[in-house]
Design a protein around this ligand. Sequence first.
Ligand SMILES: Cc1ncc(COP(=O)(O)O)c(C=O)c1O
Length: 423
Amino acid sequence: MTDMTPLAEADPTLAAMIAKDADRQRSNLQLIASENFVSRAMMQASGSVLANKYSEGYPGRRYYEGCAVIDEIESLAIDRAKSLFGADHVNVQPHSGSQANMAAYLAVLEPGDTILGMRLDQGGHLTHGSPVNFSGQLFNFVAYGLDDETEQIDFDNVRAIAHEHKPKMIIAGYSAYSRLIDWSQFRAIADEVGALLLVDAAHIIGLIAGGAHPSPVPYADIITATTHKALRGPRGGLIMCRDEHAEVIDKAVFPYAQGGPINHQIAGKALCFKQAATPEFSTYAHQVVRNASVLADAMAGAGARIVSGGTDNHMFLTDLRSIDEDLTGMEAASFLDEMGITLNRNSIPSDPRSAFVTSGVRIGTPSVTTAGMKQEQMVTLGNAIVELLRKRNEPTTLQHLRARVAELAAEFPAYPVDFVGYV
Ligand SMILES: Cc1ncc(COP(=O)(O)O)c(C=O)c1O
């Protein structure tokens, strides 16, 4: 029989490291906008024996024997995703959001084609044309930006650049944009210039599933997403598309961009789509949005400038210069982590500092909402963040604020004490 020694005995060093990170997740407040806490059932599905199986191909068309159950599981995931999002066609094999984007671009474009996406320093993702990413090297990316004053998508700018460059694809959907996205405007511009519309819903797919953000399904030709952010599923990617693109999308994922599917993660995706179709998940998604809005308002009330004036989704950016001219995103994120609040630095629109240093932090509520926090805690947290940053050089005040943050984390733990996620 296979070795059944538990991890704690088989590799105490590694087991201790996992336990240490479980403690970090429990003891710090997790405000990274792209993270979440998965359920115990999710860990069981994605930590299962399905990890042992090779299954290159698709349900009913595999290159390996023994795939009958894998076919059932992948079909279950596909059917649940189709029903959850109302999509014509779904591919659940992408290993990540980046792999989903790679496959989607290569399915319908040729290297060298022009793609129009959001400027990376205004909210776009690396896979939207960064020169250090495959996207920027394989395709000719042109970029639209935000309106200088409102810090919201400037559709006149999108339209003008689209008409000038006639891209084959337009990308909407971002890593750091806090406002609702009007898909119909993107659809109209794409139609005017004969472009495909790809929605990268990596960040907001959970809100879409829960009905807390309008769905791009009626508007987009192709939608890519991740399953591990607000959707609260396993780490992985997803592509949805109209029937006419189904065949090229499937071929681009396998055999073009990937090999064997990660079956234990696909099982996790099947579970995730079931969980996301419940009324409880819809309540959760709406609470994520409400929490982000109250947190942003609390910080604004305490004197912090929120980029674009607030948020309609699960996250927002704070311009740290409104708290202290000299405070950088780098310093603020590192200091807050020490104080028990984990988030990430982020460029703000027209940031005078580099992408490594930045003048902002990105704050998101999916994780703390999963932990059970509501508006009341967001007010406490918002005030604490601004006060901590303002008084970061006053040790006695810090002690008291640090204690308040620790109390919040203890009251709303991510997981029970000692839980590490495996049995
Ligand atoms: C808009 C967007 N697209 C794609 C991705 C890539 O996802 P992954 O990290 O799974 O490759 C991200 C990740 O944060 C994202 O924000």
